[in-house]
Design a protein. Structure first.
Length: 422
């Protein structure tokens, strides 16, 4: 008869052994004494004793398996605190338990190292300035960092476990991309696989490449201007000189007018090339602690006709006072030209995450072509040159800061936001 469990096999074996032992003992006593009462009395005594003996043997054989089972169950849930014990000090059983103890200890050590590695990864994720997303196998957001909250303009935990489609993200052909064209042009998505206690995830890092693209664009423009500047100046210098000489000796009014136009346009073209060369100029930044209130009071004296309202929560910043003052003048001049004569201009300084934010807000009609505001020589002003914002951004970026221009949410003006590291 086939036995399908160890417990049943042990029970059957012990029953057979106990029965045979009891039979031979009682048979021996009967053959020696021929007393029936003695045989029954001995049987009544031996049956409980044999039962206790069999139960003890069964316990010694089965209990180690329960101990092993508890140990395996603990390993399944990464609990290595349980220790399997056996009463056997030698032999195959003792060796098995010792090896399992070593295995449990090894797994516990690896688990500790793994947890420390994960803790380090999560800590590094929180320190990154770029938005980081941890995506599970169902393409839902399960973890983010402070930079992601800043990027979303709300706590990332509010969108936790939401499908990534809600963030304009999509996955196709082993690549992540933005479904929004504006974000796709501004951000590069780097992805890798990451495993923790909850399974395998994809780690996405959003890198703002707009500054790099802008630098490449500016470098290209600058290289083009260097070539054109050389050729233009080489051509304009003799033309301008010859036109000035002819202008001195000419007595014909019509000729003098034409020659005057040639001299003026030659001068303006040279000035154009020279101004463009200043757009990517590297400045020597002499940063020092500056009282914002004092700095703004100095700037306000240049615009006594304007109505300024200040909310300065941050009192001091570290900047090059001369260059930074020029940036403020450029931005306030833009706000002035966008506002009515009696309009209010707000100046706000506050802390934003790891930055000091200085905002200059006007109450004009806003900017229509926002994508062109940092294009060199693009301007909507009659007498504008189109270089003020570009020069200002260059100065702020050399302070390791960011200058952004945006319309207000209700389209009642423009906010120029300078963000400097604390």
């Amino acid at each position: 008869m086939k036995v399908n469990s160890l417990e049943k096999w042990i029970n059957k074996l012990l029953l057979i052994v106990s029965f045979l032992l009891l039979f031979f003992i009682l048979l021996s006593v009967w053959l020696l004494s021929k007393k029936t009462l003695l045989v029954f009395t001995l049987c009544a005594i031996l049956v409980p004793l044999l039962y206790m003996f069999s139960d003890n043997i069964k316990s010694k054989l089965i209990t180690p398996y329960f101990s092993l089972l508890a140990l395996v169950d603990g390993i399944k849930v990464d609990d290595y605190s349980l220790q399997a014990k056996t009463t056997f000090q030698k032999g195959i059983a003792a060796t098995l338990f010792k090896e399992l103890a070593v295995l449990s200890s090894t797994l516990a050590e690896k688990k500790h190292v793994y947890n420390e590695s994960n803790l380090l990864v999560y800590s590094l994720i929180q320190q990154l300035d770029s938005p980081v997303l941890l995506i599970d196998q169902e393409y839902k957001l399960v973890q983010g960092n402070q930079a992601l909250s800043t990027w979303l303009k709300k706590d990332w935990r509010l969108v936790r476990l939401m499908p990534v489609q809600a963030l304009n993200l999509a996955f196709d052909n082993h690549n992540w991309y933005f479904t929004d064209e504006t974000k796709s042009a501004q951000y590069k998505i780097r992805s890798s696989f990451f495993s923790d206690n909850n399974g395998e995830h994809q780690l996405l890092i959003l890198t703002d490449i707009s500054s790099e693209l802008r630098k490449m664009q500016l470098d290209s423009w600058q290289q083009l201007v260097k070539v054109l500047s050389h050729e233009i100046k080489n051509s304009l210098t003799p033309i301008k000189s010859l036109a000035q000489t002819l202008l001195q000796f000419s007595k014909d009014p019509q000729q003098k007018e034409v020659l005057g136009v040639i001299v003026e346009r030659s001068h303006n073209l040279n000035l154009f090339v020279s101004q463009y060369a200043q757009l990517s100029k590297q400045y020597h930044i002499n940063a020092q602690k500056v009282d914002l209130n004092t700095l703004f009071e100095q700037v306000f004296t240049l615009y006594k006709e304007l109505n300024f309202k200040t909310q300065l929560q941050v009192k001091y910043i570290n900047v090059d006072v001369i260059l930074f003052e020029q940036v403020l003048i450029n931005l306030i001049e833009n706000a002035k030209q966008a506002s009515n004569s009696d309009a209010e201009i707000m100046i706000i300084s506050e802390h934003e995450d790891n930055y000091v934010s200085i905002k200059i807000r006007d109450f004009g009609s806003g900017i229509q072509n926002m994508e062109n505001i940092f294009v060199p020589f693009y301007t909507t002003k009659i007498n504008g040159q189109g270089i003020g914002l570009l020069l200002s951004r260059n100065i702020i970026e050399q302070h390791n800061g960011v200058l952004s221009i945006s319309n207000t949410s209700d389209n009642t003006g423009v906010i120029a936001n300078i963000k400097l590291l604390r």
